[in-house]
Unconditional design. Structure first.
Length: 142
């Protein structure tokens, strides 16, 4: 059961990160807020909340992300994409920022779909296996 819970929590973690980044994108692109102000206005949860807190202490997006990325359960490709995104955050013109936000949003959406499929299949398998093991133990005890 613990493994199934871990699969579902990974999916929720990625959804929270994507939602936080989407809010940050809106705040930066539509309101024109600088990064330091924008992160304070964004409602943050999960890993993104950790990033926001780390950014307040370090002041540098790359350093803040490096502090919190170990808390994210993602594969190497996703970590690299997020690392590139946070390295470019706050640098360059608005068009570059918009492209980077779009790129990381697509990457997170794919990761969420993959994670959701794994959670659905793996969670169901583990639950069924747990029930069958319980039934087998009861039969053996009779």
């Amino acid at each position: 059961m613990r493994s199934a819970k871990k699969l579902y929590s990974r999916c929720a973690e990625l959804i929270e990160l994507r939602a936080g980044l989407r809010e940050l994108r809106r705040e930066i692109t539509f309101c024109g807020s600088p990064l330091s102000t924008a992160v304070l206005k964004v409602r943050a949860r999960g890993v993104f909340a950790d990033f926001t807190a780390a950014l307040q202490t370090t002041g540098e997006p790359t350093a803040a992300w490096q502090k919190v990325e170990k808390n994210l359960s993602a594969n190497e490709q996703q970590r690299q994409a997020l690392g590139r995104f946070f390295a470019s955050l706050g640098k360059g013109d608005m068009a570059l920022q918009e492209r980077e936000f779009e790129r990381v949003d697509v990457e997170l959406s794919e990761a969420i779909e993959e994670s959701s499929a794994k959670a659905k299949n793996g969670g169901k398998l583990r639950s069924t296996l747990g029930v069958l093991t319980g039934v087998a133990v009861i039969i053996l005890m009779m």
